[in-house]
Design a binder for this molecule. Structure first.
Ligand code: ATP
Ligand code: MG
Length: 348
């Protein structure tokens, strides 16, 4: 096991910067999830840690040792990819053993590790099959098994679940979490699925455009997004961002910090009945009600500005579309931001 430290890590492809100076310390045994939109540099970062991509500048330490010049094989890490990359002509057992054989691991040791990985992943009965005889989820397990048998200092995952259907993804997500808790192997996990990120991570790293926007536990990032980008990216449906200029009533009395020109309101922080706590009121017209099971998403258009916002409301309220409504949000639930800096205004 090992710590991983990235110090001012940069990567340019030609003169195009993909990673623009990332600092990150991963504790021993921690599972860090890198999340962000397509093209923000997640895979590039992971591939640099793996040694599959050269570093333009900066330092990568694994277990306290700077590895930027080390070959991938010298870094003692195992990577699990989106497409599994199993050898099609080899059995599951062959796939699991391959890396160990190459490294000259003794036979009894190979057998012990393969048996242990197969037990953990419950793929014992599949060991003599070929990859094409497996379901997507089973292939994914074999890919995990191949990483586990290496007993590496760290695991790197690049969207390992993105080829699976929604139900299997949820199942495998839970299994990866359990597995990582059990093995306590330091892990970096890349996804652009924010639900996957929220549920798996000890800490989240939200990236945008080659830079880190925020690092924190999923709860910290959800409850106090540091930037407008994070506010809009984490949370589903996304946070509503309402310009202060379109709020009515005594805005001064809302106690918003200086410099606030936009406030974020989570869909589940919007109510159709006035709360007892101090709140703001938005006059709106109902546009659309989407029932999604136990709750509904109510889309409304603000009368002041014409902006559409979304409310998460319990059950299936009987509201005719085009009805006029008042939407309430507690002042303590508002997230204040400045659009120039893109940052929260209540961070002291
Ligand atoms: N080999 C390459 N040559 C040139 N540009 C590249 C190369 N690989 C990636 N890039 C660029 O670097 C940026 C970051 O790419 P990267 O693959 O790291 O994104 P990502 O966050 O993993 O995105 P996704 O979620 O789509 O996988 C993108 O603008 C991409 O076009
Ligand atoms: Mg990627």
């Amino acid at each position: 096991m090992a710590t991983i430290s990235l110090i001012d890590l940069k990567k340019n492809y030609g003169d195009v910067p993909a990673v623009k100076g990332v600092n990150l310390s991963v504790a021993d045994g921690e599972l860090i999830v890198l999340v962000g939109p397509s093209g923000c540099g997640k895979s590039t970062l992971l591939r640099m840690v793996a040694g599959l991509e050269s570093v333009t500048s900066g330092v990568i330490e694994i277990g306290g040792r700077n590895v930027v010049k080390a070959e991938p094989a010298e870094r003692d890490i195992a990577m699990v990819f989106q497409n599994y990359a199993l050898y099609p002509h080899m059995s599951v057992r062959g796939n699991l053993e391959y890396g160990l054989k190459n490294r000259g691991t003794p036979r009894e040791e190979i057998d012990r590790r393969v048996k242990e990985a197969a037990d953990i992943l419950e793929i014992g009965p599949l060991l003599e099959r070929k990859p094409r005889q497996l379901s997507g989820g089973q292939r994914q397990r074999v890919a995990m098994g191949r990483a586990i048998v290496r007993e590496p200092a760290a695991f790197l995952f690049d969207e390992p679940l993105s080829n699976l259907d929604a139900k299997l993804r949820v199942q495998m997500r839970v299994e990866i979490r359990k597995l990582q808790r059990r093995l306590k192997t330091t892990s970096l996990y890349v996804t652009h699925d924010q639900l996957e990120a929220m549920t798996l991570a000890d800490r989240l790293v939200v990236m945008n455009n080659g830079l880190v926007e925020q690092i924190g536990t999923p709860t910290e990032v959800y409850d106090r997004p540091a930037t407008l980008f994070v506010a809009g990216f984490i949370g589903s449906p996304p946070m509503n961002l309402v310009p202060v200029s379109s709020l009515s009533g005594d805005v001064a009395g809302f106690g918003l910090p200086a410099g606030t020109d936009i406030v974020g309101i989570r869909p589940d922080g919007c109510f159709l009945e006035k709360p007892s706590e101090p709140s703001l009121t938005l006059d709106a017209n109902v546009e659309l009600l989407e029932p999604i099971g136990g709750e509904s998403h109510l889309h409304v258009r603000l009368k002041s500005s014409g902006q559409s916002i979304v409310l998460s409301v319990p059950g299936r309220p009987e509201i005719a579309e085009t009805t006029s409504v008042q939407v309430f949000a507690r002042l303590t639930d508002l997230h204040p931001f400045n659009t120039q800096t893109g940052r929260r205004t209540d961070i002291v």
